[in-house]
Design a protein. Sequence first.
Length: 276
Amino acid sequence: MPKRQPEGRKERLLEEKLASGAKVETMEEMTEEYRLHLTNLMMMQADSELAGAFGYVPWITKSPDIKETLQVAQIVKDEVRHARVMYRLLEGLGVDVDAYYKEHNFSLRVGDSDLGTLRAAEDKRVNIFYYPIETWNDFIMFNFCMDRGAGHQLEDSLECSYKPWCDGMEGIFKEEAMHMAHGDQWARTLAADPGTREGIQAALDKWYPRTMNIFGRAGSPKNEIYRRLGLKKRDNEAVRQAFADDVAQKCRLFGLKVPAWKPVASKMSEEPFIPG
């Protein structure tokens, strides 16, 4: 069993490792601060992956044709796999995942109540996963907005300071990009048809502001800690702006209008949510 190091020495060694660009690979290398913040971020991703899968399940049978039934089933399978990857990593950090799962209801949805940036329960999911996906347009714009938002958030995880998370993220990131592409394809098709354009625009008007709320407060002190520990690379506002620019470009191509969104600083969460 490795000899436990004093916390002060651990801090110095961790600072040196992070400054050199080296990766953290074991719990023995972590300070308590590092472990707690890493666990928090990874739990947000794990819970979001699982809650997302549960929310998609009804659309396996409600999708418009057999091709989409199979596609939605694959997306659900991907999200469950992502959750499994993340929960296994969390077990390695000492989290009792089975006990945690039994304490929370990942099927919980809140109807159309406006949560803003609040959570509706004690789990760590991105709050957008508390909303139900009620129509096919909702499903498509959830792919278009949320998977795009997830991609921009998770870019930082691909290069974070914890190597096991980086390694696990490679496959997850590629599959999330495929989910986003599915939303893009359908959004383009529905926006091009005068008979369906109004409906898909209405779905964008619903899901775009909800996605803009997930990135956290600009200049957040907690985000500064994440960056100091190498767990994130960018300020919350930089990630949100990258997402907004991406959506604006797609909307110009598809003939859709970017919905208005104005941040209310007092209602923005201290930290970014990590989507799946």
